[in-house]
Design a binder for this molecule. Sequence first.
Ligand code: CUA
Length: 338
Amino acid sequence: MNLTLRLPGSFLAIATMASAQTMHDRSDIFQPLATPARLVSEVSTLTIVICLSVFVVVASLLAYAVIRFGWREGDSANEPPQVYGSNQVEIAWTVIPILIVFVLSMATARITSAVQNQKIPKDALYVTVIGHQWWWEFQYPDLKITTANELHVPLSTIALPKLTSLTLKSADVSHGFWVPSLAGKTDVIPNRTNNMWIDPQETGTYLGNCSEYCGTQHAKMEVRVVVDTPEDFQKWVKQQQAQTAAAPADVNQQAFLGTPCIVCHTVNGTSAMGTVGPDLTHLMSRATLIAAEIPNNAANLRDWIKDPQHMKPGNKMPTVPMTDAQLDQVVAYLVTLK
Ligand code: CUA
């Protein structure tokens, strides 16, 4: 029915997705762009090299034995001479694996302690990450910012190191915070606080995902980390700190504030003060919706609000009964939240 309205929307969606796709290139454990990820990558590479060498040696010996000593035409049909017990061989195949395991566990222990024992400098940026079914909440306690699904952090360079310290908490079940190019996985566990840190060395958008099964929409719990230059980060902070004024004359705002949406969502400076769902104060500053699943634009926003269970079945957002006109007003208001 809304063909004329939906068509430009979907073209826009495709265009935005195309540009969003190029931003998804940073999610490779073998392309580490922060110290914790680099250490994980080093120990992974070492493990792979050692395991591959073991495989090559064992497979070559096996192939050699099969080819060289296999049964041939004219061989006797009797059993070959049986050999029982050889101290040298048994010592060799006991000691070598123990040495390999020892080297691998030492290397793992070294990188684990290097990541865990990192001193967090005083000027670090502190962010509290809260896992929800199925989205991420980011609170910047020192900056008084709350946002969702897109974590903005400053670039860290040798000349200007800037570490971001993440405090991980869960609002419901166990989740896992994993952005492969930045750091290893860290569990996000109810009633427990975990910590990790990152020092991203390239600007851009990094893609990650919840790494622990947390319910039906676990796969749709993506996270995007946007690494900004220090100047861009300051700009972002200013924008996020700007207040939304209550505007009694704005009919669209009044329409929104009249919906049950405000029970779960916050728009700073208005009567919307819910904390169950993502903070909407600067909704349009985010590039994506539904935990980084679809591009954030008016058409997708409208589709999402109209029937949240269709796009992400089982999520906590109910369908709020609204007429098309009311829905248009609510969307018209939401797109002003920049
Ligand atoms: Cu959250 Cu899986």
